[in-house]
Design a protein around this ligand. Structure first.
Ligand SMILES: Nc1ncnc2c1ncn2[C@@H]1O[C@H](COP(=O)(O)OP(=O)(O)OP(=O)(O)O)[C@@H](O)[C@H]1O
Length: 357
């Protein structure tokens, strides 16, 4: 990485002050501040300092918070531009990170969360693919409004991914009628996943988000072992049964030494339309307690929201609609990228602790 100093036109104490302030900034997304090698340039144009940051994870919309921080407490007039350059150690083909989205139990909103996280990562500046590994119940085609469409062949051996909202996606649902896949036995399902992963021309991706089949049985374990993943995100709801199954998911990934990037509690609460208050209809704090018990980050508490269900059913992109609900996924995507960056950095690895219970 380049040193910031060479971009200074001449010694300006304000530039050093900005650098120091950015180094000292702390938030959940930047637990260790903005590092010097991420500051590409600081240039004064008229009275405004133009700052370009090149981050190793996708967090484009952090620009506003950082500008506010520099302006408010330190009265520096700044304009920040955030670029993304995720370190390019390819884990598989030209894919930098494969991230598994899993749940111990069906119906907790795993696929919906996988799609919205993929879209949020993309909107924040990453190049993203989405692989539907839920061989028995593929829902990615309908969540992206691509039902009934089929991918084209690149050559005898390779398929072009289906594209929607700038995501590259592949699903068994594009290739086989649903009733056929549901009768497949474990080895066939696992082989189908292998083919979807290996025989798709994914192109260059920062993240490949994989929507795993629900559950923690042999099929999920075999699939996990076959995927060269960087880590897993577990989706749960606050209900006791879902939490108990999420715990089994944590145990399954620990068995194969796959880091848990974090837990997402979906359908956490409901915003009452009348009083505006939060209604914890499925229980309270279950996700945060489970995360704390296992030493994994809680990446988000996503509300039960009618807009999520309605827009998902229509295959719409809720992330680009700038809704309140989109903010949850955006923040979660930034946190996921930041955690993954910390986990994959040699010097600053986050220790993930698994307890026996
Ligand atoms: N936060 C939410 N608010 C409202 N509805 C939601 C939310 N999350 C998911 N849903 C809805 O819940 C239903 C189940 O979601 P989804 O299909 O994503 O679950 P899943 O865990 O992937 O299910 P399966 O395990 O069967 O594949 C869908 O109708 C979806 O629109």
């Amino acid at each position: 990485m380049f040193g910031i100093k060479k971009f200074f036109s001449k010694e300006d104490p304000r530039q050093t002050e900005i650098m120091n302030l950015l180094n000292g900034y702390r938030s959940a997304i930047f637990p260790m501040g903005i590092q010097n090698e991420w500051i590409s340039s600081i240039e004064k144009q008229k009275s405004v300092y133009q700052i370009t940051l090149t981050l190793p994870f996708a967090a484009r919309s952090q620009q506003l918070e950082l500008e506010q921080y520099l302006r408010k407490d330190n009265s520096i007039d700044v304009s920040i531009k955030i670029e993304t350059a995720i370190p390019s150690a390819y884990k598989f083909k030209k894919i930098k990170h494969i991230v598994l989205i899993a749940s111990g139990k069906g119906g907790v909103g795993k696929s919906t969360t996988a799609v919205n996280l993929a879209l949020a990562l993309q909107a924040e500046g990453a190049k993203v693919g989405l692989l539907d590994a839920d061989i028995y119940g593929p829902s990615i085609p309908s969540l992206l409004g691509l039902e009934g469409q089929q991918p084209s062949a690149k050559d005898d051996k390779t398929l072009n991914p289906m594209q929607k909202y700038d995501l590259n996606t592949m699903s068994i649902g594009y290739l086989v009628p649903a009733e056929k896949a549901t009768v497949w036995r474990g080895p066939m399902a696992s082989q189908a996943l292998n083919q979807l992963l290996n025989e798709t021309d994914w192109g260059e991706l920062d993240y490949l988000i994989v929507d795993m089949p629900p559950g923690t049985g042999d099929i999920q374990l075999t699939m996990t072992q076959k995927l060269p993943a960087s880590g897993a995100v577990i989706i749960t709801t606050p209900q006791d049964l879902a939490l108990a199954d999420a715990q089994k998911g944590i145990a399954m990934f620990s068995q194969v030494n796959l880091p848990i990037i974090g837990l997402i509690e979906n359908m956490s609460y409901f915003n009452c339309q009348h009083c505006g208050g939060k209604n914890a209809l499925f229980g309270q704090d279950g996700g945060s307690e489970l995360a704390a018990r296992h030493g994994v980050p809680l990446l988000a508490e996503i509300p039960l929201d009618i807009q999520i269900r309605e827009e998902s059913e229509k295959g719409h992109n809720i992330i680009t609609q700038n809704t309140k609900v989109a903010e949850h996924y955006t923040y979660c995507a930034q946190l996921l990228g930041s955690m993954l960056n910390l986990q994959s950095s040699d010097t600053t690895g986050v220790e993930v602790v698994f307890s026996d219970d």
